[in-house]
Design a protein around this ligand. Structure first.
Ligand SMILES: [Zn+2]
Ligand SMILES: [Zn+2]
Length: 424
């Protein structure tokens, strides 16, 4: 069987394609814009990635920023390089400054010439980058608690909710929720402290929805995985392991983050979510997993910092955590390079050999294609794959290559279980 599977693809070296979530991704920013990772560290007054990670995880002592203005300014600095020739501010001639594209307010240029030469490329993404520039500021409302806003009970069965339109049709209070945030104090604070004018309310409404959709996309992906494997949460409690969770997903995570599952499967027997990954950020969700069934009709979240196969050996095999009914991974990125494949290998083999229903998502069709081939190479039996109906609506800019088409979280999925049937 293995001989018939296509050869492992040459890595298409997407280092800079990926939104960085780990060390190699972080330094790969430099392969396109030499010195960009340094700019980020300098802006944050740190000396290396370890300090950056500690700050992100809230372990740094002292105050990082004196005020909101400074915080937003420093965040913006990390986007300041010429989108044409990749020059950073400090490499400009005396008196020269980087000027922002007035249409998107997202990318910068060192000279009019650079902007002119770049326009044929940039014009294809200028409008979507305008949205990204709004989102990266509005996203701050995830930290203030304005987002995510609360959602409503489902009036349809999970099988009848086939995509965002179906989901939105059940949210009668959506406009009201969005308008409440738009007229709120934190929204006012935000636009008072950034170096640009406040977009109109319609732009803000759409931006809030895009950010909320990214958050919900993860929860609905878990719901989709449960349905794909025909698991029935009305009959027995379910345990879902999330593998390779990143600092993005766990920073500021709350115990209620997966409550949408209780709207999706009303009156279920109890759903447990265990988030496992080396980048898990300390917080309320970091607590032991359940050993017995949890509360009915409720979602219980816990988290473990470490690699999944370690978690399996140290916790699951000792009986300190329930075995999973399904394992979900949000864009694991093992297609990106050999190092990451090797990092994921023990987990992928564990999932395969224990015949665990698994459901992974990707940022793009390209990522799906490469991941699919890696799974085949490992003789893993793939059940299904394709575009996801619950793709995040928020475009992700490739920070070091702003003119690359943006990608979307959970845009594609692959669903697999066990070993390929052997010919005999
Ligand atoms: Zn330039
Ligand atoms: Zn532009």
């Amino acid at each position: 069987m293995a001989s018939q599977t296509p050869a492992l693809p040459q890595s298409y070296s997407p280092g800079t394609d990926s939104v960085f979530s780990d060390q190699s991704g972080f330094y790969s920013l430099d392969s396109n814009v030499p010195g960009l990772s340094k700019v980020i560290l300098n802006q944050l007054s740190m000396k290396d990635y370890g300090e950056y990670r500690a700050a992100v995880e809230g372990k740094t002592k002292g105050v990082l920023f004196r005020n909101y203005k400074e915080m937003f300014q420093k965040m913006e600095e990390t986007f300041k390089f010429c989108a044409g020739c990749n020059k950073l501010s400090k490499h400009l001639a005396k008196g020269q400054t980087l000027k922002r594209c007035v249409k998107c307010l997202n990318v910068y240029y060192c000279t009019k010439d650079c902007q002119k030469t770049d326009w044929p490329h940039h014009k294809k993404v200028c409008e979507v980058l305008r949205l990204v520039a709004i989102d990266r500021l509005v996203e701050w409302l995830m930290f203030t608690g304005d987002l995510p806003f609360s959602t409503e009970k489902w009036s349809k069965t999970p099988a009848d909710v086939k995509g965002w339109d179906d989901w939105l049709s059940m949210q009668e209070g959506l406009t009201q929720s969005l308008d409440k945030i738009i007229s709120g104090g934190n929204m006012a604070t935000l636009w008072k402290n950034v170096n640009r004018t406040r977009p109109d309310d319609d732009d803000l409404r759409q931006s809030l929805w895009r950010i909320q959709s990214e958050f919900l996309s993860r929860v609905l992906t878990v719901g989709m995985a449960v349905q794909h494997f025909g698991l029935d949460p009305y009959i027995k409690p379910l345990t879902v392991h999330l593998v390779g969770v990143s600092h993005n997903e766990t920073m500021g995570a709350r115990l209620t983050d997966f409550d949408e599952l209780s709207h999706m499967f009303a009156e279920h027997q109890g759903i447990e979510i265990v988030m496992v990954g080396p980048e898990v950020v300390d917080g309320p969700i970091v607590r032991p997993p359940l050993r017995a069934f949890g509360p009915k009709h409720k979602v219980y979240i816990s988290a473990y910092k470490g690699l999944y196969h370690q978690f399996w050996e140290d916790v699951v095999e000792k009986g300190d955590a329930a075995k999973p009914d399904v394992v979900v991974g949000f864009h694991p990125g093992f297609h990106a390079n050999q190092g990451l494949v090797e990092g994921w290998l023990p987990t992928l083999l564990l999932l395969r050999d224990y015949n665990i229903p698994s459901f992974f998502t990707m940022y793009s069709e390209m990522e799906l294609k490469y991941s699919y081939q890696i799974l085949l190479e490992l003789e893993i039996r793939i059940r299904d794959s394709g575009p996801s109906p619950f793709t995040s609506q928020k475009p992700e800019q490739v920070q070091a290559c702003p003119n690359k088409p943006p990608v979307y979280c959970n845009s594609h999925y692959v669903c697999f279980q066990g070993l390929l049937p052997q010919e005999g």
